[in-house]
Write a protein that binds this ligand. Structure first.
Ligand SMILES: Cc1ncc(COP(=O)(O)O)c(C=O)c1O
Length: 303
C-alpha cells in the first residue's frame, strides 16, 4: 500500500483523500515555515488500534507551533481527538499518522504574519522505514558532509518542515554513496543524530546518546532510555565524536518511523551483527507499543 487512505482530516472535517488539496500560494509551500509530527498506531491484543505516546507527540507539535509563532485554534485535546477520529474513519489499526500545521494563502514574503493557520491529519500504511532487512540485520551508515544546524541557526527541538532540507540532502548523499542512512555531526563536530532518527552507542555495556541540545528530542529516544534503565543498564546523555561509533560494540537508531534499527557498519568500520542491548530494546519496544509490556501500557491511546 502507498500513502492512500479514505479520508484526511482538514481544519475540522474529514475530507475524501482526492479532495485534500491546498492552494499553490500557501505560504508554507514557499518558505518552509510549518510544523509536523510523525506518530504510529499499532494493533493491540484485542485486534483494535492503539496509538503510542499520542499525548507526547501532540505536545511536541504544539510546542513546535509555539516556537514558530503559529497561533493554533485547536487545543491539544482537540488534536488528540482528531487523530483518533481520522484513524477510526480510515479503519486503520496500524498506521503512520501525520499531523501538519501550515500557513495558508494570504500574503507573500517573509514578514507575512496574518495568513491562516491550517491543521491537517493524514494516516497511511508505512512498513519498515529503513527496511525489513535493516531492522533484522542492521544498516550501513555514513557520516554526512552536511552539518546539523547550529544550535542558534534553527529551533532544533522543534519539528519544523524547513529543517528537513538539511536531512534530505544528507540522506540523498548517503544513499548515492551506497549507504542506507546518514549520521549527522553538529557544528562542533559531535555526533548529533540520523536524518530522521536519534542515535545510541554502546561499549562495554554502557550506553551513550547525545543530549537534547541541537537534536530533535525524540520520543522513541526517551522510550529507549526508559527501557534500558528499566532493564538495569546505564545510559549517559553526553556529547561524543564519530570515533565513538568506530569502536562501538553496538550502535542503533531510534525513531517513530525507524522504530529501533541496528547499525552494522559506520564509514566502512564494522560494528557487527545487532548486539544484545540493541536486541533487548528492539524487542521490548516492539512488544510495548503493541500492549505487551505492563509499564508501557499507559502510553497507549486505544481507538
Ligand atoms: C531529525 C529527527 N531526529 C529524531 C527523530 C526521532 O524522533 P521520534 O522518536 O520522536 O520519532 C526524528 C523523527 O521524528 C527526526 O526527524
Amino acid at each position: 500500500m502507498g500513502i492512500e487512505s479514505r479520508y484526511i482530516w482538514m481544519d475540522g472535517k474529514l475530507v475524501p483523500f482526492d479532495d485534500a488539496k491546498v492552494h499553490v500560494l500557501s505560504h508554507t509551500l514557499h518558505y518552509g515555515l510549518g510544523v509536523f509530527e510523525g506518530i504510529r498506531s499499532y494493533k493491540q491484543p484485542d485486534g483494535a488500534g492503539g496509538v503510542f505516546k499520542l499525548d507526547e507527540h501532540i505536545r511536541r507539535l504544539t510546542d513546535s507551533a509555539k516556537m514558530c509563532r503559529m497561533p493554533l485554534q485547536y487545543t491539544r485535546d482537540d488534536i488528540r481527538a482528531a487523530c483518533l477520529q481520522t484513524l477510526a474513519a480510515n479503519e486503520m489499526p496500524e498506521a503512520y499518522i501525520r499531523p501538519i500545521i501550515y500557513f495558508g494563502m494570504g500574503k507573500m514574503g517573509l514578514g507575512a504574519r496574518d495568513n491562516p493557520v491550517h491543521l491537517s491529519i493524514a494516516v497511511w500504511d508505512w512498513g519498515r522505514y529503513l527496511g525489513e532487512e535493516g531492522i533484522r540485520n542492521g544498516i550501513r551508515v555514513q557520516t554526512s558532509t552536511f552539518t546539523r544546524h547550529h544550535v542558534n541557526s534553527n529551533l532544533q527541538r522543534a519539528k519544523v518542515i524547513g529543517h528537513y532540507v538539511n536531512s534530505i540532502l544528507a540522506r540523498y548523499e548517503a544513499i548515492e554513496n551506497g549507504y542506507d542512512e546518514a549520521v549527522m555531526l553538529d557544528g562542533a563536530g559531535y555526533v548529533a543524530e540520523g536524518t530522521g532518527e536519534n542515535l545510541f552507542v554502546a561499549r562495554d555495556g554502557v550506553v551513550k546518546t547525545p543530549p537534547v541540545v541541537n537534536i530533535l528530542g525524540g520520543i522513541t529516544r526517551r522510550t529507549a532510555i526508559d527501557i534500558l534503565r528499566h532493564e538495569g543498564h546505564t545510559v549517559h546523555e553526553m556529547h561524543f565524536g564519530r570515533d565513538a561509533l568506530y569502536v562501538a560494540d553496538e550502535v542503533f537508531l531510534t525513531g517513530t518511523a525507524a522504530e529501533v534499527t541496528p547499525v552494522r557498519e559506520v564509514d566502512r568500520r564494522e560494528v557487527g551483527t545487532p548486539g544484545p542491548l540493541t536486541r533487548q530494546v528492539q524487542e521490548i519496544y516492539g512488544q510495548g507499543v503493541r500492549g505487551g509490556v505492563d509499564w508501557m501500557k499507559g502510553y497507549i491511546s486505544h481507538f
